[in-house]
Design a protein around this ligand. Structure first.
Ligand code: PLP
Length: 395
């Protein structure tokens, strides 16, 4: 802790005294937040809240048991059917969180002798899950599919040379694993490129659509939908971001989902998702499917903010999503930038190592469809003032 304190990387919890809307009550003040994954504002949508309230009355607070014992409630099955249809998949399975969905996917299907090829900037849950799986994990430089191909090819050649006689179904298996929208950079993976690469190397594609669900695609199903890619072997999503609830899910072929039900320890040995979360997510999903205006609005606001910040010479990386990194450099610089905004009642915590690489500390902005034009203008003006202040303080 002392070392972290000295390096400006010690973390603290900030109590929030309000619902997670576009504004928050923090330390007795109302602040505008630009750091929520509740991209569409559905966590406080009256229809979604009503669905949760009704479910509480009908089902009570907790599921009471794991899915395989007595916790597999009708509302879970209804939500899974809706998620599978949304994702054009055979079947879906819920998990208590997106983290656990990723954990289950890789620890169920990958094992010793297999290869997991991961983008270096994949979410921590994917990187950790690959570690726990016992498979060999190789990480490729961010979005560098050429390098990913080399890693897959090496394993494919070695497997062919040491023919175990076990046949395809017995492996060894290769997994190509990527976020579709990267959580700290807001940039996008080349999903058609990943799909082609997986096919070329007889690998299973695992795509984490946590930040793309609800935001991209004609029906909001994610980046694979937007790119017209249908052959994702294991698609992971979360109910906790644009869908405004809690829980993760995996979609895929029936056999894949049956295998997760049978062997996914992160699902077997834990209590089923609370019914009210499931009902809220289902109501949110229905809104996402029928109302493209929300995702259009959040993407349009993000475009506006990126344009304005870039015009002021801020480095926003290659963001294409509601997540916009504003690079600050050291952890100390990022903390000072966050404090500058906070003095103007704008709440955007600094993202520091180890969540990002040393020297890549940043403010990670995220827009919500419910932000008003005026709130977005205030954000842009605050960055303008920060720019003037830093220029004025230079010798
Ligand atoms: C890319 C990605 N995958 C998975 C998760 C985990 O999802 P959850 O918050 O539902 O556990 C997150 C965020 O926390 C994420 O950013």
């Amino acid at each position: 802790l002392a070392r972290r304190e000295a390096a400006f990387t010690r973390r603290q919890l900030t109590p929030i005294d309000s619902a997670t809307g576009r504004t928050l009550r923090v330390d007795g003040r109302d602040v505008i937040q630009f750091c929520s994954n509740n991209y569409l504002g559905l966590a406080t949508d009256p229809d979604v809240v009503d669905a949760a309230r009704t479910a509480l009355g009908r089902w009570g607070t907790g599921a009471g048991a794991s899915r395989l014992i007595a916790g597999s409630l009708a509302i879970h099955h209804e939500l899974e059917a809706a998620l599978a249809a949304w994702k054009h998949a055979d079947a879906a399975l819920l998990f208590p969180s997106g983290f656990m969905a990723n954990l289950a996917v890789l620890t169920t299907f990958a094992g010793p002798g297999d290869l997991v090829v991961s983008d270096k900037l994949n979410h921590a849950s994917l990187l950790d899950a690959a570690g726990y799986s016992g498979a060999t994990q190789r990480r490729y430089p961010h979005r560098n599919l050429k390098r990913a191909g080399v890693l897959l090819q090496r394993h494919q050649t070695a497997a062919a040379e040491s023919d175990t006689g076990r046949g395809d179904a017995e492996g060894p298996w290769r997994f190509l694993v990527s976020d579709s929208i990267f959580s700290m950079d807001g940039d996008a993976a080349d999903v058609p490129g990943l799909s082609d690469l997986a096919a070329a190397h007889d690998a299973l594609l695992v795509l984490d659509e946590a930040h793309a669900c609800g935001v991209f695609g004609a029906t909001g199903a994610g980046l694979a939908e937007a790119a017209g890619v249908e052959d994702v072997a294991l698609s992971v999503g979360t109910l906790s971001k644009a869908l405004g609830s809690m829980g993760g899910f995996v979609t895929g072929d029936r056999a894949v989902i049956d295998m997760l039900i049978n062997a996914g320890r992160a699902q077997i040995y834990t209590t089923a998702l609370p019914p009210a979360c499931s009902a809220a997510a289902l109501a949110a999903l229905r809104i996402v499917q029928r109302d493209p205006a929300r995702r259009q609005r959040v993407l349009e606001l993000a475009e506006r903010v990126r344009g304005a910040l870039r015009a002021m010479d801020y480095d926003c990386g290659e963001s294409v999503s509601p997540i916009i990194p504003v690079m600050m450099g050291t952890a100390d610089q990022a903390m000072r930038a966050a404090a500058f905004l906070r003095e103007r009642d704008i709440f955007v915590p600094a993202i520091r190592p180890p969540s990002v690489a040393p020297g890549a500390a940043r403010l990670r902005l995220s827009l919500m469809a419910t932000h008003t034009d005026g709130q977005v203008e205030r954000l842009i003006a605050a960055f303008g003032a920060m720019r003037s202040a830093t220029r004025a303080s230079r010798p």
